[in-house]
Design a protein around this ligand. Structure first.
Ligand code: NAP
Ligand code: GCO
Length: 263
């Protein structure tokens, strides 16, 4: 197989959940650039409409669906409408930043439903078709919080830690059907989800967390969604056919770095 074929996604259909904007949009754009047919979903009609225009403005033809990925019937119906899904990117996710002892069980469940149960629902719906077609790729969008905790993100870290193990388990259970299930662990990426952590303070200074992350990242910057494009294409392509159950951290070096000595 030559290098072009190794990374080509021509003739394959990718479903990227939650890809109206942010990381999902960038991943869908990257997979389209490698030749994949793209389908994506989100819950909001407004997000869908805006996203369809944004994809079109970039010359990317996509199929967009309104689908809440926590609803198994909606997911099964969406995948039926798509036909075959060769590449599933479980990207849709939320975070609630609340101190654990102040967090309701309902809030905790909402985060884990979307960030952990939904990837299970989507993979369960996509895998039978992948088996019928002789194989497939599943890419779960994990996090620094698949490895680390911090204040106020107990539900999110629990879900993303669980998603790391779901990734390993799908690889273990379905690898024999030529299905590779891996994860991408983004560092801190500039998207609407992290906007509150980067918001300029009333006195015009940078958010304390913004300064903290810059000091914790050897690259000395926040990531951009397109920093994940190469990892996404790699894990969706034949180039990763013998890679299974791995989490590829794209974090600018955060997980390798003990941190800068305080000045
Ligand atoms: P984002 O900007 O908040 O976008 C999340 C997307 O998911 C939105 O399009 C949202 O659209 C969709 N979504 C949320 N719940 C959904 C549901 N139940 N069903 C269908 N779609 C749903 O987030 P992001 O920063 O791009 O993050 C994307 C993924 O990367 C998440 O899993 C996140 O945990 C992970 N991640 C983010 C970072 C970061 O620093 N940004 C780092 C590591 C990992 P609707 O509201 O219209 O449904
Ligand atoms: C937070 C951030 C992180 C990022 C990401 C890091 O509040 O700490 O939102 O959770 O979203 O998951 O990899």
């Amino acid at each position: 197989m030559d290098i072009i074929e190794l990374f080509s996604l021509k003739g394959r259909t990718a479903l990227v959940t939650g890809a109206a904007y942010g990381i999902g949009f960038a991943i869908a754009e990257a997979l389209a650039g490698a030749g994949a047919e793209i389908a994506f979903c989100c819950r909001s009609e407004e997000h869908l409409k805006t996203a369809l225009a944004d994809y079109s403005a970039r010359g990317i033809s996509v199929r967009g669906f309104i689908c809440d990925v926590t609803d198994e019937a909606q997911v099964v119906n969406m995948i039926k409408k798509i036909g075959g899904v060769d590449i599933l990117v479980n990207n849709a996710g939320i975070i609630k930043r609340i101190p654990m002892t102040d967090m309701s069980a309902e809030d905790f469940r909402e985060v884990t439903d979307i960030d952990l149960v939904a990837p299970f629902i989507c993979a369960k719906a996509a895998i039978p078709g992948m088996i019928e077609r002789g194989g497939g790729k599943i890419v779960n969008i994990c996090s620094m919080m698949s490895e680390l905790g911090r204040e106020t993100v107990s539900a999110y870290a629990s879900a993303k830690g669980g998603l790391k193990m779901l990734t390993k388990n799908i690889a273990s259970e379905y690898g024999r059907f030529n299905i590779q299930c891996n994860g991408i662990g983004p560092g801190y990426i500039a998207t609407p989800q992290t906007e509150p952590l980067r918001r300029v303070q009333p006195d015009g200074t940078r958010h304390p967390f913004d300064r903290f992350i810059i000091s914790k990242t050897p690259a000395g910057r926040w990531g951009e969604p397109h920093d994940l494009s190469g990892a996404a294409i790699f894990l969706a392509s034949h180039a990763s056919d013998f890679v299974n159950g791995q989490i590829l951290y794209v974090d600018g070096g955060i997980l390798a770095y003990i941190g800068k000595q305080p000045e």
